[in-house]
Design a protein around this ligand. Structure first.
Ligand SMILES: Cc1cc2nc3c(=O)[nH]c(=O)nc-3n(C[C@H](O)[C@H](O)[C@H](O)COP(=O)(O)OP(=O)(O)OC[C@H]3O[C@@H](n4cnc5c(N)ncnc54)[C@H](O)[C@@H]3O)c2cc1C
Length: 215
């Protein structure tokens, strides 16, 4: 039988891509003890290292609006998106959450008047894509922020089961693929940032084209 150990934290973040590292930094800065677990190598795994822009900005210029952005995302997701999550995502972007990343040193392309330089991308009815000199290394910048903090990083530890108590998630069970060790995580909050459900560009490839959905 495999050995296992028990680790406790206020917050367990599952997935160490751009979303997970950002969540871990936020939780830590809010005063929580944090464990970040990834089935691959944190900073190397996921889609972050290959992205060359951020298709997430809402220029806020007419004719764009929160509602149009929301509708675009629901349409591109073929109605499968969690609409509450999409609403929250769009609202955060509208309020400028993307720009929070600048304090970590990520530079976004801007026009001469200082406004974000946005480009048109597939799946969007308005210009919302911001080129970043650091897009491909954005996850590295965020990993550096994780490393600066007392956040426990556990690479190569895939989460195989969420633990619940009376219908509430109270942690998870992980499997370290290098050591074969099982880890029981007990956490007050568990944040799932394990990536999307589709494969890259899946929607458009299924239609027989080679275009990627974010381009
Ligand atoms: C080739 C390519 C090019 C792209 N270009 C762009 C672009 O130009 N602009 C743009 O905006 N977006 C682009 N994207 C999309 C963008 O990279 C993703 O939207 C973004 O990286 C998603 O980040 P994430 O942290 O939510 O998920 P991910 O980056 O997918 O990270 C999820 C993490 O969770 C881990 N994980 C999964 N399951 C488990 C588990 N059971 N236990 C523990 N860990 C787990 C994975 O190992 C991974 O590290 C591109 C994607 C690809 C593949």
């Amino acid at each position: 039988m495999n050995s296992f150990r028990v680790l406790e934290s206020d917050v367990l973040v599952i997935g160490g891509g751009v979303t997970g590292t950002r969540a871990a930094v936020s939780a830590f800065d809010a005063g929580a003890s944090v464990i970040l677990a990834d089935k691959g190598i944190v900073g190397k795994s996921g889609g972050g290292p290959v992205a060359d822009s951020v298709t997430a900005a809402l220029g806020g210029r007419p004719p764009d609006s929160l509602e149009i952005f929301f509708q675009d995302m629901i349409k591109s997701g073929q109605g499968l998106n969690n609409q509450r999550l999409v609403r929250a995502f769009v609202k955060d972007l509208y309020e400028g959450r993307l720009l929070e990343l600048e304090k970590y040193g990520i530079v976004f392309a801007r026009e001469s008047d200082g406004t974000l330089s946005v480009r048109q991308m597939g799946g969007h009815s308005n210009k919302r894509d911001v080129a970043s000199f650091h897009a491909a290394s954005m996850v590295n910048v965020l990993v550096s922020e994780v490393m600066r903090r007392d956040i426990k990083v556990m690479s190569e530890t895939g989460i195989i089961r969420l633990l619940t108590d009376q219908g509430r998630v109270v942690g998870a069970v992980g499997f370290n693929r290098k050591t074969g060790e099982l880890v029981v995580f007990r956490a007050k909050s568990t944040v799932m940032t394990a990536g999307g459900g589709d494969r890259p560009g899946g929607q458009e490839r299924r239609r027989g084209t080679r275009r990627r959905s974010w381009r």
